[in-house]
Design a protein around this ligand. Structure first.
Ligand code: GRF
Length: 202
């Protein structure tokens, strides 16, 4: 499948996904990096990696549905089969989510269902958990609530502050996302009746 990575910022997950997809036999090719923010740092990194980029600036549209129609049209025009949200900071409406049901992944920096929303590392420190991590899931209309494809855990250390914990989680994100995308792109993890079905092989 031809995947598009959607970003809004620096794109550190995008960089690791582009690198991973270069491996011979990787079951997806990264055909596009698309940002909703024209100035996103990840756009320059994608161009440096030779990946086509696009910008669909949400500020140029009167409302969310108009933005999503433009986004959807651009992705279809590029022949995209699979969406990979990586630091994409726009909430998507049920219309868009349903249009890409089973073909859209997101990475969230917590062990869902714990700590939905933002500032997840601050939430983890405040809650005093001793284990934290990241989750790759299929996107569903409810925010940070989709069927889980893969997770990675890290310890929370006694002297951790938000930055230290975030760095430890991000390191795992960069390992987890390429592996999770390969599972889905290779058809070894599929969304079926609202749950993830895993097949040992195709
Ligand atoms: C990461 O914490 C990721 O979990 C979340 O956005 C943050 C930035 O990701 N999706 P990136 O460096 O832009 O890939």
């Amino acid at each position: 499948p031809k995947a598009a990575i959607l970003i809004s910022g620096r794109g550190s997950n995008m960089v690791t996904l582009i690198e991973a997809a270069r491996a011979p036999g990787y079951p997806a090719r990264i055909g596009l990096v698309l940002s909703n923010r024209p100035g996103a740092g990840g756009l320059a990194r994608a161009e440096a990696a030779g990946i086509p980029t696009a910008t669909v600036d949400h500020k140029e549209f009167p409302d969310r549905p108009a933005f999503e129609r433009a986004l959807d049209a651009r992705l279809r025009r590029e022949g995209i089969d699979l969406l990979v949200l990586a630091g994409f900071m726009r909430v998507l409406t049920p219309w868009f989510v349903e249009a890409w049901a089973g073909r859209m992944l997101n990475i969230h920096p917590s062990l869902l269902p714990l700590f939905r929303g933002t500032h997840t590392h601050a939430q983890a420190l405040a809650a005093g958990v001793r284990v934290h991590g990241c989750t790759v899931h299929f996107v569903v209309p409810e925010l940070d609530a989709g069927p889980i494809v893969a997770q990675a855990a890290v310890p929370v250390l006694p002297d951790d502050d938000e930055d230290a914990l975030a760095a430890r989680v991000l390191e795992q994100e960069h390992r987890l996302y390429p592996a999770a995308l390969a599972l889905v792109a290779g058809g070894r993890a599929v969304l079926r009746d609202g749950r993830v079905a895993f097949a040992a092989d195709l």
